[in-house]
Design a protein around this ligand. Structure first.
Ligand SMILES: [Zn+2]
Length: 493
């Protein structure tokens, strides 16, 4: 391309003959002016060439969106990888066809529209953020009902998660708590990115997840009688509330028991650091010299937490105490749990597929370098000690197993197809994201055909039916959907 200027000067841009780049040449009245023209052209990040590139890609994106509006169809997606420090280096890299172990930890693969990691929609003419496509075409992507109910936004966030190290102990707020908390922090002018900020958005974050490997986690307070029994065998802990067992015996009903649990947890979270060290130091010292505890005991995870989360000055993280208060679960592949608002939980180790309301609202209770806001955490926690519910899903057809929850925003299911078998999606379905975890498949939607390999992800707009057929081997896919028949905006219990 040649650009001629009125005074006879010329800028000439052409592809290099021996490298994958553009070259710019200038013809000017002096070498200094020529040099200046070239500099204006190639300056980073906002030189003329970069600005032309941005304008071109914006035009291409616009064109691609208009083309989608003319014929809504299935769209392949590229997920966004989060490289949090606790992530593994095998599973997600392998799923994406990248070398393993990966150079950086790959903790989560996000499929959705969250601002911290929006997926790219691979349209014919251009790559467009899925959030941009949905914003430009809410009815054609989400359908009338979902677009109206969720203000033109995809209501869920879909993830693959690979925990090599323990994650923080955490809980999520209700919709009412999140909205109030968000407004409060906005009014106090706390920056969204500030480390002291709790509420990143106005949404709640109920979540369901299905284990893909053996998966270890903490989930909800244990029944108080079990905690009392633990105090008997881990004597160091009884210093927290020496008369716990006696008071439990006198607690007449579930609300008295919840009050007692609250007092125990509040004590653990508010004692001065010196008192925490006085409890945990002898406990951990005893575990260190004893025989290695087995993985299905709280002792094992307490030791591991102490090694992974040392505090400066040799202090002990009080989150280690929670390992003894919470239900320790080992999920087999295909088993699931649901975390409603207010349930204290932590993922300890393993790979899962996870579906949640589109939110990033987390209140932490230790085992993290991030902020722990104890008063706010205590305000949102539920203190009902009970055995956790393990979900194994419900077969709704020969090939599909649905992991139902009370959440109105999402429904997770697994589709497993023997070689050369098909699954037909009804065109009345809402907006869905699919990921292929094993095998290969072909998806036919009218004249459109997609080929999916392992790790393939696609978005199915509301109203687009398709037939998915597995290849020569068994196919396993997970399907994120909006439950169409659920009550409007119901708050999960
Ligand atoms: Zn969570």
């Amino acid at each position: 391309m040649r650009i001629y200027f009125a005074d006879g000067e010329i800028a000439h841009i052409r592809p290099s003959g021996n490298a994958d780049e553009l070259r710019i040449y200038a013809v000017a009245s002096s070498p200094e002016r020529a040099e200046r023209m070239v500099q204006l052209g190639v300056a980073e990040p906002a030189g003329i060439l970069r600005r032309m590139e941005a304008a071109t890609s914006e035009a291409l994106q616009q064109e691609a969106i208009e083309d989608f509006l003319r014929r809504p169809r299935l769209v392949k997606l590229q997920g966004a990888v989060q490289h949090y420090d606790w992530g593994g280096r095998q599973f997600i890299a392998g799923l994406l066809g990248q070398p393993q172990p990966s150079a950086q930890p790959c903790a989560e693969l996000w499929m959705g529209t969250h601002a911290n990691g929006p997926s790219a929609a691979l349209l014919d003419a251009a790559e467009v953020p899925l959030s941009g496509l949905i914003a430009a075409a809410p009815r054609q992507t989400l359908g009338e009902t979902v677009a109206a109910r969720y203000h033109g936004r995809l209501p869920y966030l879909f993830k693959i998660l690979d925990a090599r190290k323990m994650l923080s102990i955490q809980a999520h707020p209700t919709l009412v708590q999140a909205a109030a908390g968000f407004e409060r922090e906005e009014a106090a002018a706390i920056e969204l990115s500030a480390p002291t900020r709790n509420y990143k958005d106005r949404n709640h974050k109920p979540e369901v997840h299905v284990a893909l490997t053996e998966f270890w986690m903490l989930h909800g307070f244990r029944p108080p009688a079990e905690i009392a029994a633990t105090f008997a065998v881990v004597p160091e802990l009884s210093a927290l509330l020496p008369d716990f067992a006696v008071r439990l015996a006198g607690a007449r009903d579930s609300s008295a028991q919840a009050g007692l649990l609250r007092q125990l947890y509040e004590t653990a979270m508010t004692l001065p650091q010196a008192a925490i060290d006085e409890i945990l130091n002898p406990l951990l010292a005893r575990l260190e010299i004893g025989p290695p505890p087995s993985k299905d005991t709280a002792d094992y995870w307490a030791l591991r937490a102490a090694r992974d989360f040392p505090l400066p000055g040799g202090h002990r993280d009080r989150g280690i105490l929670s390992v003894y208060f919470l239900n320790l679960i080992r999920l087999e592949p295909g088993e699931a749990t649901y975390q409603p608002a207010g349930t204290l939980h932590a993922y300890l180790e393993g790979v899962n597929v996870e579906l949640m309301a589109n939110s990033d609202n987390v209140l932490r209770g230790g085992l993290t370098p991030k902020r722990v806001d104890v008063p706010e955490l205590l305000r949102i926690l539920r203190f009902e000690g009970e055995a956790p519910r393990i979900l194994s899903g419900r077969e709704v057809s020969e090939v599909e197993r649905v992991y139902s929850t009370p959440a109105a925003e999402f429904q997770l299911s697994r589709v497993r197809l023997a070689a050369s078998h098909s699954f037909v999606r009804d065109p009345s379905a809402g907006p869905e994201i699919w990921i292929q975890l094993a095998g290969e498949a072909r998806v036919q939607a009218g004249p459109q055909r997609l080929e999916l390999g392992r790790g393939g992800i696609f978005f199915a707009p509301a109203g687009v039916g398709f037939t998915l057929t597995s290849g020569d081997e068994e196919s396993v896919l997970f399907r994120a959907a909006v439950p169409m028949e659920s009550s409007l905006g119901a708050e999960p219990k």
